[in-house]
Design a protein around this ligand. Structure first.
Ligand SMILES: Cc1cc2nc3c(=O)[nH]c(=O)nc-3n(C[C@H](O)[C@H](O)[C@H](O)COP(=O)(O)OP(=O)(O)OC[C@H]3O[C@@H](n4cnc5c(N)ncnc54)[C@H](O)[C@@H]3O)c2cc1C
Length: 436
């Protein structure tokens, strides 16, 4: 173990909040025995969660737990240490004709962080979240016990760890199934829509036809809020199995100027109109389709020193569009810089997992006190509709709203207590939500 002596200010991808933290780098599984680890701590991956989920005063970083442990080339079963990133997995598996079964909108998180958030991708309606593709986890509990857990052995720990945000134990290794591909490209059909109603209708109509779907929305259009580009995708076949050569470009920070409302409105208009025809079909490499933002280095700095918030919620399909409209009315004063809409299907998820069948809307805002208050206030629209906010992106939800949104909290806390009786595992998020 390599403890970093200094206490350093640390933040997640949204650069808010900032927490003073001592980082201990874990190199081997044996570093996780209780005699080595500090008394109160949290596992930390690549800090690609937006809010305070990966933050604590003392963290165990997985940056150096980056070894591949086993691979079956016949079945695609892969076991890696928790700190291996999705990008490292793609570099290993794409040339061999395999792909990630589920991927978030960035390739930089660690696989351990993805387990802790039970991440979803553009294919939730067809393939579910990560938990549906994981065979087993190796977890080192807060008491130092090494447990192999799956759907039959220590199944309580298995299900609580997906979406458990690091509070059930330290995921040391993940064994999961890759997806077969015969081409590294994606066939993409992009449709321009006139408003939110049409965007929702198109996403629903194309669910069975396309494995992947996502809609970019223009929420700043005065007359047609929710118009957008619906991007539908499926794996191409019979082409090359290559990696993407492009390097990320840098983007000027300009102290938050780029995210002022007039510039955002103009940017949205240009982005919407860049597609001249109503429907366009192309074949592109998987990298720009799944990870467009990774093409811009440190894009999170464009919000300036105050950082930004991403707020993602899911609401059931029934009355979901009306609910989204009401939510957007309530936060009208905040300029949304990016809005992305997807659907979730009917699949199992972890105990505090985020997905449930319905619409999921992710919104980015520059962080201001007023925006935080607006979002907190508007969260009651989500809870009233039976929806929930994603913990991997949260920095604003109150403990009261959290209890309303996540109905299995008591069950989760009982399991946490079983494996962490001295409450050694804690984070800024768990303190805020009263989960320790
Ligand atoms: C541009 C962008 C797009 C994104 N798109 C999506 C998306 O489409 N879908 C989606 O679901 N998410 C998405 N995310 C969120 C991201 O996938 C998750 O937050 C993921 O958890 C980040 O992993 P990490 O390694 O960076 O973990 P961190 O941010 O460091 O930590 C996140 C949580 O995981 C826990 N953790 C990390 N490692 C371990 C471990 N070894 N054992 C136990 N707990 C651990 C931490 O304690 C913390 O609670 C996106 C993020 C970004 C920046």
């Amino acid at each position: 173990m390599n403890p970093q002596k200094d206490v350093l200010p640390t933040s997640g991808w949204g650069r808010y909040p900032v927490v003073d933290s001592v980082v201990h780098r874990v190199r081997w599984q044996s570093d996780l025995s209780t005699s080595q680890t500090p008394p109160a701590t949290l596992a930390q991956g690549r800090l690609r969660s937006y809010g305070d989920a990966g933050l604590a005063s003392s963290v165990l970083s997985t940056l150096e737990l980056n070894r591949f442990l086993a691979f079956d080339a016949e079945t695609g079963l892969l076991e890696t240490e928790a700190g291996v990133t999705l990008d490292e997995i793609l570099q290993f598996c794409v040339p061999k004709g395999w792909f990630l079964p589920v991927t978030p909108g960035t390739k930089h998180p660690s696989i351990g962080g993805c387990v802790a958030a039970d991440v979803h991708g553009k294919n939730h309606h067809s393939d579910g979240s990560l938990v549906s593709h994981v065979d087993s986890l190796t977890i080192v509990t807060a008491e130092g016990d090494v447990l192999r857990c799956d759907r039959s052995e220590h199944s309580d720990l298995f299900w609580a760890s997906f979406g458990g945000m690091g509070l059930t134990g330290f995921v040391y290794a993940v064994c999961f199934r890759l997806m077969r591909i015969s081409d590294s490209r994606i066939e993409v059909e992009t449709h321009r829509t006139a408003d939110l109603a049409e965007t929702c209708q198109l996403l629903l109509l194309t669910q069975t036809e396309f494995r992947y779907s996502v809609a970019w929305l223009d929420l700043l259009s005065r007359r047609r809020r929710g118009r957008g580009l619906v991007m539908l995708g499926r794996h191409a076949s019979g082409g090359p199995l290559d990696l993407h050569p492009a390097k990320a470009r840098s983007i000027p920070a300009l102290g938050g100027l780029l995210v002022s409302r007039p510039l955002l409105r103009m940017g949205n208009r240009l982005y919407y109109r860049r597609q001249l025809r109503r429907t366009q079909t192309t074949v592109m490499h998987y990298d720009p389709y799944f990870y467009p933002l990774d093409g811009l280095r440190d894009w999170n700095r464009v919000y300036g020193r105050s950082g930004f918030l991403q707020y993602q919620f899911v609401v059931p399909f029934e009355a979901g569009r009306e609910c989204m409209e009401e939510f957007l009315d309530r936060i009208d004063g905040a300029a949304c810089s990016l809005a992305v809409l997807k659907t979730f299907g009917e699949f199992p998820t972890g105990m505090l997992g985020f997905p449930r069948p319905g619409w999921t809307l992710a919104l980015d805002f520059r962080r201001t006190t007023q925006t935080i208050e607006m979002l907190q206030h508007a969260t009651s629209v989500i809870t009233a509709a039976g929806g929930r906010v994603y913990l991997a992106k949260d920095a604003v939800v109150t403990a009261e709203h959290f209890m309303e949104m996540y109905s299995r909290v008591e069950e989760f806390l009982a399991i946490k207590h079983r494996y962490d009786p001295r409450s050694r595992l804690r984070s800024a998020l768990s303190d805020r939500l009263g989960l320790t």
